[in-house]
Design a protein around this ligand. Sequence first.
Ligand code: SAM
Length: 293
Amino acid sequence: MSDAVAEPKRGGSEPQQATAGLHVVATPIGNLGDISARAVETLRSADIIACEDSRVTGKLLKAYDITTKTKPYHDHNADAVRPWLIKQIQQGKSVALVSDAGTPLVSDPGYKLVRAAIDSDLPVTALPGPMAAVTALVLSGLPTDRFLFAGFLPTKAAARRSTLTDLAAVPATLIFYESARRLGASLGDMAAILGPRQAAVARELTKLFEQVVRGSLVALQERYAENRPKGEIVIVVAPPGAEAETVSEAALEAMLREALAAHSLRDAAAAVAAATGQPRRRIYEIALRLRDA
Ligand code: SAM
């Protein structure tokens, strides 16, 4: 294996024709407009597009009048198709790799193909673009200086809890992909294991019904326990100990004023503490101050 960085010709600001090699191309996660000019040109000029599902990628190609032939490359045929793709590149072809949505290799196929191309000293490049995890992170309102992408949690409860226990002390914002079906169960385990942290549930990003619901894990768990939402979901969870930074005094006062209008001081403080994950004592003190003022 060579240490040299092998790369297809690139540079400048013009989209270029795909050269021989493997081109990992990010595609939209919903809004078909979210694709770079360079990505379109690469898909158009590549010899082959390796894709998860030809029907899904076909819609994108049709929208951009791209007629390049596609070759399915997914978890079930990857071991058989990978050597063929590598052979095509060795023969001087350009292969573009896409997944159904977003950045290939991110909870999607592609890692072994990239590894195989590197091991064969073939040129590999990436065309960056949409990724649901980062899109959710920037909308979450949670710290972005350090984050850990945890992908999908295990579907079985015991394994899921064990994974969350491993992650509980990680000093970073955590990002998870989750299905709508398991959202309630996962939020329940997160609330129990990760503690009173702020979080966000980002749904249908870049699509017509995009929605980001922010609140404490407890409040989100209550919201989604019975009410299963539709669509694709990312969960973002604040780092441990970040509670005080993520809910400002002004925001707490506004929530408390609203709660105090309808509830006793004790109930209002309890409700705001549950909704924000802030220590009850801090909330109670602010509530007392508001009442006395
Ligand atoms: N490779 C993709 C990426 O770059 O984000 C992710 C592929 S993974 C198989 C699919 C998961 O990503 C979905 O189950 C959901 O958790 C998340 N996801 C994808 N698109 C999304 C969207 N538009 N809004 C929210 N979550 C999305």
